[in-house]
Ligand binder design. Structure first.
Ligand code: FES
Length: 148
C-alpha cells in the first residue's frame, strides 16, 4: 500500500510501485483531467504538481509519489491558479483543449514562482508542453494577462 496526498486528501493505493502516477490518478482514483499524450515525457499533457513543481506523471512512478503532495488540475487552487484560469477563459486559449490542463499546470507553477515573467521566461517554462493546435501565442498572452 502506497500513501500520498492528492489534492489535499490522503490516499492509499495498492498497486505496483512502478505503475506510472498518471494511470493511478486516472484509473485507480478516477480523476481524468490529467491527460495521456505521448507516455514518454515529451508532450506535457500529463503534467501535475508535486509540491508545486510541475512533473510529468507518465514518467513519475507511484513509488516516487510516496508521501508526496500531489496536485492535479481538479485540485488546483491559490492566487496564481485563479489568475491563470481566469486569463485562459478571457483570452479563450483552448482550441481542441486536450493539452490545456497540462498547460495550465505549468503556467500556474511559473506564475507562482515568477509573478512577472518575461516572454523568455514563459517560453522556457512552457517549452515542455506541446499543443497540436499551436495555441502558443494565446498561451503566452494569457500568462502575461494573468501577471498584470
Ligand atoms: Fe506524459 Fe506526454 S503523456 S509527457
Amino acid at each position: 500500500m502506497i500513501t500520498f496526498n492528492l489534492n489535499d486528501e490522503k490516499r492509499s493505493v495498492d498497486a505496483d510501485p512502478d505503475t506510472p502516477l498518471l494511470w493511478v490518478i486516472r484509473d485507480e482514483i478516477g480523476l481524468t483531467g490529467t491527460k495521456f499524450g505521448c507516455g514518454a515525457g515529451l508532450c506535457g499533457a500529463c503534467t501535475v504538481h508535486i509540491d508545486g513543481e510541475p512533473v510529468r506523471s507518465c514518467q513519475t512512478t507511484l513509488g516516487d509519489a510516496t508521501d508526496q503532495n500531489i496536485t492535479t488540475i481538479e485540485g488546483l487552487e491559490g492566487k496564481a491558479a485563479k489568475a491563470i484560469q481566469a486569463a485562459w477563459q478571457e483570452i479563450e486559449v483552448p482550441q481542441c483543449g486536450y493539452c490545456q490542463s497540462g498547460q495550465i499546470m505549468s503556467a500556474t507553477s511559473l506564475l507562482a514562482q515568477n509573478p512577472k515573467p518575461s516572454d523568455e521566461d514563459i517560453d522556457e517554462a512552457m517549452s515542455g508542453n506541446v499543443c497540436r493546435c499551436a495555441t502558443y501565442v494565446r498561451i503566452r498572452k494569457a500568462i502575461h494577462h494573468a501577471s498584470d
